[in-house]
Design a protein around this ligand. Sequence first.
Ligand code: UDX
Length: 443
Amino acid sequence: MKIAVIGTGYVGLVSGTCFAETGNHVICVDNDAQKVAKLNAGELTIYEPGLENLFQRNTKEQRLFFTTDLEEAVKDVEIIFLALPTPPGEDGSADLSYVLGVAEQLGQMITSYKVIVDKSTVPVGTAEKVAAAIKKNAKVDFDVVSNPEFLREGVAVDDFLKPDRVVVGTSSARAQDVMHRLYEPFVRQGNPIYFMDERSAEMTKYAANSYLATRITFMNEIANLCETVGANVDEVRKGMGSDNRIGRRFLFPGVGYGGSCFPKDVQALHKTSVDNKYDFKVLKSVMEVNNKQKHVLSEKILKYFNNDLNGKHIAVWGLAFKPNTDDIREAPAIYTIENLLRAGAKVTAYDPEASENMKKIFEDRVNFVEHRYDALKEADALAIVTEWSIFRTPDFSFMGELMKEKVIFDGRNLYDTELMIDKGFYYNSIGRNTVELRKNHVN
Ligand code: UDX
């Protein structure tokens, strides 16, 4: 099939490349000429495991193309994907100006029937708005479909090629047939394609992300309570998660959820509820608790040092909002580091991929290093903010030699508490140190 993907950001690039991988002819469009030039020169513009191979193969085999020429790109295609940004406005609602702007242009450009697909996360009712914007100028038939993505950064290629489900919102049988042909190769293992109305598809995306954010937030609160009552959240998590109705995944407490999706989508769904005069109390609490949770690690550190970090050197491991990405949007590390600096600390930071992006925020206020152990030299404490695999089994004796004090604050519960105590570390993690253990160790 011939496909155009408008917007070569994260979602557009992964989607376009994966559609090419199943044999489609894909042309990706972006108005950023520099970006297009880079992609045409064979250079990827994002970091995503597994994407590079697919990108190189499909461009070489002439199934994947990049251009700035929107009109030329959409001329001969059957399907047009809109993978454009929908940033949150000041009031939390998704800004649709990019999506609707392109929709109006498409109306003027299309000369034969097209299926136009909203891939961006957009509020309920957007498919209708997009259709109206196209219709203003359109002289031919078209259908607008809502097809939300459920890609996780870091495993997006796998998520795209082997989706748990595909959600397609359309009220047109013709569009349904096109979408079925397109996605059938991705669900041969037996996973479903759910066809539904446009509004339900749009709502599904927000409901899924908001539920996951709620689940994490609930566990963060359980963890915080575990600390005060002397329970171990690891045990609690296992005991809970083995109930089939709950399930084991996505129950890990930490330093709050971040990234480009959860914070934005929870906010946008809350805004939708406000606009519709529905008081969505749970969502309000989720936002409130998560905003607090992003400060939990720095608060623990401050407490340990009696609220004064002047002259203290804190090492930070992990800057990305989660492992296997260089994305720092809404990353808990931003809040952690900001708080540490404000309290007077000198901060040295290491991340396998995200340092360059973090430098744009902190510039020379933070010392970024190339190797994880370099961050630890003469450190008074180590703060672990992202659970990169490389941090899971470090050389603790070497760490102890490098650090001024053997003190670790772990926001991702990477190590066993007893083991760390055996190795002579003060070790404080999320929801796990029993009152007893902590008392023994601090005193
Ligand atoms: C998410 C959704 O999973 C995906 O379906 C959607 O399309 C986009 O948003 P992503 O933002 O890439 O994907 O990250 P995800 O792996 O879902 O993690 C989101 C945040 O939750 C991260 O900050 C992560 O650290 C945190 N998290 C996740 C936890 O704190 N605990 C968990 O158990 C799981």
